[in-house]
Design a protein. Structure first.
Length: 567
């Protein structure tokens, strides 16, 4: 079939001489869709094809995409590395080149492009491409979604009458709600009664099935070209807020996006059901993501790489406080090989956890006397970032009230917490839970290289020599100095302290005469906050630079020298 499609394509797209041979099927404002009975294919060609642009040829099993331009007469019949940008979203790969026999222009074409790529074209506005240093476009993509839908109908109907009104009305079988790549579409009473077209290949219909308790199940049926490939029941009672989406969820299968169903039952905070569906094969695979005691959840592209994650609260931390007053850590889940994978600790999400740390820190600092759940959540995020000991050292556990948990905290001895003890102290309960839940793995290891590096600054104080004695950061007030102490769990904590502020750290990276570390800082009356610390010096002098995130671009180092010994 590929040979037949390619041969037909070369005669139709490259020479432009066979336009009268296929039978007319339907047209739109910008596209002409024809049926080629001899090849068993349908073709969608721009009415202004002489100026270049896209062309599609589809059979029942394959799709061919062509990008044509009168400026491509230099092409040879070979594969070319290609970079394509659709509304600022980049794609890369190879496309075959084919010069027109007339010597006027040429085409790049691709057989069976990835569904996600085609769907992005269908939903896009403009397309530009570049290869071997040359750029072409932009080409308008206006009306491409409609043309592809009609092209699909042409193939299904075998070129027969599509029985489509000149002006399709909303809700007709020929006018499905389109779910584009990277989008979520709300399901309400009106839209549930309509079909949904997803990814250009999969159709979804919904049915309400009433239950004895007065609620109902919402059943989704998935089909491809009229053949049912799977069904699933969307969770949640009465579906106060439900959505369907089409997302790239699997980082290792970038050409195979997934359907996503979310369903929120309503209520003060409960409950949301998340489901992903792999539709890349003949039969759909339903992947239950989870059932969460929270309001509406939708996938998010946390790190901006085009792959979407499920960002959900870690419900386990609610045992340390009331629901409303607990700020739990965030779990990041991803689909990998048709299964849900916890990728919370992947380095790519560190910035996301640092932002959550700042939110939790404010809650812990301002609500600690009433709501210990906020401080427990802060400790959980700190453990994810590898800053648990540093953070525990800054939390005022003695000031935390137990009123929010009826004066007790559980100490669980198994994951289901069927065997447990109780305590009126948050810290031992929290440390036991973090170890049980895998946030703490084994005993901490001493960073020998870091300790050896910091020996050069031991027992010394540093300040800017140009400061007057009235300045609170001058040598008169003690300047900056390093300290070291061993924690009850055996970890070694280092700190750099100045006037009314100190930052602690247990790990660092040494390169030459410099050290960089992520620190947990606190000052008088302020909750803990994160800073990156870069220091350099030989012991006689100290250069100190601290920053967080984008501040690095404008941060200025503080140059200090050792203070004279105090009398």
């Amino acid at each position: 079939m590929k040979t037949a499609i390619t041969a037909m394509f070369l005669s139709f797209a490259a020479t432009g001489q066979a336009r009268s041979e296929p039978a007319f099927y339907r047209e739109t404002e910008r596209w002409m869709i024809n049926h080629d009975a001899a090849n068993g294919t349908c073709q969608a060609i721009l009415k202004s094809a002489d100026n270049g642009g896209l062309l599609f040829v589809k059979s029942k099993t394959q799709l061919l995409l062509s990008i044509n331009s009168p400026k491509l007469s230099w092409l040879e019949k070979k594969a070319y590395p290609m970079q394509i940008v659709i509304d600022r979203r980049p794609f890369s790969g190879e496309m075959m080149g084919d010069p027109h026999p007339s010597g006027k222009g040429g085409s790049f074409y691709l057989v069976d492009p990835a569904e996600g790529f085609v769907d992005t074209i269908a939903a896009g506005g403009r397309l530009s491409m570049s290869t071997e240093g040359a750029q072409y476009g932009p080409f308008s993509l206006k009306g491409t979604r409609e043309a592809l839908n009609i092209l699909r109908d042409c193939v299904v109907n075998g070129g027969g009458s599509a029985e489509i009104d000149e002006e399709p009305t909303e809700g007709s079988g020929q006018d499905p709600i389109i779910v584009g790549l990277g989008s979520m579409v709300k399901l309400d009473d009106a839209s549930i009664a309509m079909p949904h077209g997803v990814g250009g290949e999969v159709d979804v219909t919904f049915e309400r099935r009433n239950k004895a308790d007065g609620e109902f199940d919402l059943v989704a049926t998935l089909s491809r070209q009229g053949t049912v490939i799977g069904t699933t029941i969307m969770g949640g009672a009465n579906h106060v807020d439900a959505s369907i989406g089409y997302m790239q969820l699997d980082r290792d299968r970038l050409t195979k996006p997934h359907l996503v169903f979310t369903s929120f039952s309503g209520g003060t905070h409960c409950c949301t059901t998340l489901t992903a569906i792999d539709v890349s094969e003949a039969n759909a695979t339903v992947i239950p993501v989870g059932y969460y005691d929270t309001s509406v959840l939708v996938p998010k592209d946390v790190d901006g790489d085009g792959v979407y994650e499920f960002v959900v609260p870690d419900e386990r931390f609610r045992v340390f406080g009331s629901y409303a007053n607990t700020v739990p850590p965030i779990q990041v889940l991803q689909i990998s090989d048709k299964a849900v994978t916890d990728v919370t600790r992947d380095e790519r999400y560190a910035g996301f956890h640092r932002r959550n740390y700042a939110i939790q820190s404010e809650a812990c600092g301002s609500l600690a006397k009433q709501h210990p759940g906020s401080c427990a959540g802060l400790a959980g995020t700190a453990a994810i970032l590898g800053l648990l000991d540093e953070t525990l050292d800054t939390i005022d556990f003695e000031s935390i009230s137990t009123e929010d948990t009826n004066d007790v905290f559980p100490i669980c001895y198994d994951l289901a917490c069927t065997k447990k003890a109780t305590t009126d102290k948050l810290r031992p309960a929290l440390e036991a839970a973090l170890e049980l839940w895998g946030f703490v793995n084994g005993k901490p290891e001493k960073d020998v290289k870091l300790a050896r590096y910091l020996e050069r600054f031991a027992g010394k104080h540093y300040a800017d020599p140009s400061l007057s004695d009235d300045d609170e950061t001058s040598c008169k007030y003690g300047g900056a100095h390093f300290d070291q102490r061993t924690m009850p769990n055996g970890s070694v904590m280092h700190s750099i302290a100045g006037y009314e502020e100190g930052c602690t750290f247990s790990r660092g990276v040494i390169f030459g005469d410099s050290m960089v570390a992520t620190t947990v800082c606190s000052g008088e009356g302020s909750p803990p906050y994160l800073r990156h610390l870069l220091v350099s010096g030989d012991g006689k002098s100290l250069s100190k630079l601290d920053f967080i995130g984008e501040e690095f671009a404008s941060a200025q180092p503080l140059e200090m020298t050792a203070c004279p010994p105090q009398p």
